[in-house]
Design a protein around this ligand. Structure first.
Ligand SMILES: C[S@@+](CC[C@H](N)C(=O)[O-])C[C@H]1O[C@@H](n2cnc3c(N)ncnc32)[C@H](O)[C@@H]1O
Length: 250
């Protein structure tokens, strides 16, 4: 809703999962047009992956670019969040607001798609608390799971498949229920959990139905078709496990 034409517009821009060629034309156009970019990063002294992807496709010369930290602490919806997390969201919201209030547009590049487990909506929520009528445009992006599926040549879902997307390795009981209930499961943020997940998949007879894609579309991408190889291995945070039970024909 546009209520104040002087206020800048916030663009939550999905930049895809890593390969800059997987950015949409719309994401590129908007990032070219917007002069202020505020990008999320997980570690204080680390870099923003979303920013790196965006900058590989769109020049940052002359832009005001700022990386701000969103701590990697589990968020349980409906519960009170850790103070550190809330403070971080509010700090980013304050910074974004400073620009919007002066009439400048702000782009927030985010990994993959903004609607799928992205910090973008925490920022939007914090901003809407400040100003419920904030002007915002959400630019969808290619998700990591879509890129991973394409990379291994297997559909995420097809026919009557029911697919579950799991944002983290829940406890074994919850995971067991999901794995037995759904035809296909996408497990994200598995990088430190494989020593628990591999035995569970073994127990359920699903070990040969799983494939792990690490840093899909990036220079050092790795695919584990034998996921036992991930045991005791330090995987990158950008690791996704795809599990499909059914074959297409036969
Ligand atoms: C916070 S979620 C962000 C998801 C993102 N918004 C999307 O649309 O895909 C981060 C998780 O996405 C997955 N991921 C992101 N980029 C990836 C990549 N290049 N290769 C494999 N998995 C990736 C990993 O499971 C990672 O732990």
């Amino acid at each position: 809703m546009i209520t104040n034409n002087q206020q800048g517009r916030l663009y939550l821009v999905g930049v895809g999962p890593g390969d800059p060629e997987l950015m949409t034309c719309k994401a590129v156009r908007i990032l070219e047009q917007v002069g202020v970019w505020i990008a999320p990063k997980a570690k204080k002294n680390g870099n923003s992956s979303a920013l790196q992807i965006a900058a590989a496709q769109v020049g940052v010369a002359g832009k005001s670019v700022l990386e701000m930290r969103f701590p990697m602490i589990k968020v349980h919806l409906g519960r009170e969040q850790a103070t550190e997390v809330v403070q971080a969201w509010q700090e980013v919201a304050e910074m974004v607001w400073t620009h919007l209030d002066k009439g400048a547009d702000v782009a927030f590049p985010t990994l993959g798609d903004p609607t799928l487990y992205s910090t973008a909506f925490y920022l939007l929520d914090a901003l809407q608390e400040k100003c419920p009528e904030i002007r915002v445009t959400i630019v969808p992006g290619i998700t990591a799971m879509a890129a991973c599926s394409a990379r291994v040549g297997s559909p995420l879902g097809i026919g009557d498949d029911v697919v579950s997307i799991v944002p983290a390795a829940f406890n074994d009981d919850r995971l067991r229920t999901i794995l037995t209930t759904f035809d296909a499961v996408v497990l994200m943020k598995v990088f430190r959990k494989m020593n628990r997940i591999v035995p569970l998949l073994d127990e359920l007879g699903l070990i040969d139905k799983a494939v792990l894609i690490e840093r899909c579309g990036m220079d050092d991408q790795r695919i584990y078709r034998n996921i036992r190889e991930t045991l005791d291995r330090e995987l990158h945070y950008f690791s996704t496990l795809l599990i499909r039970k059914k074959v297409i024909t036969g």
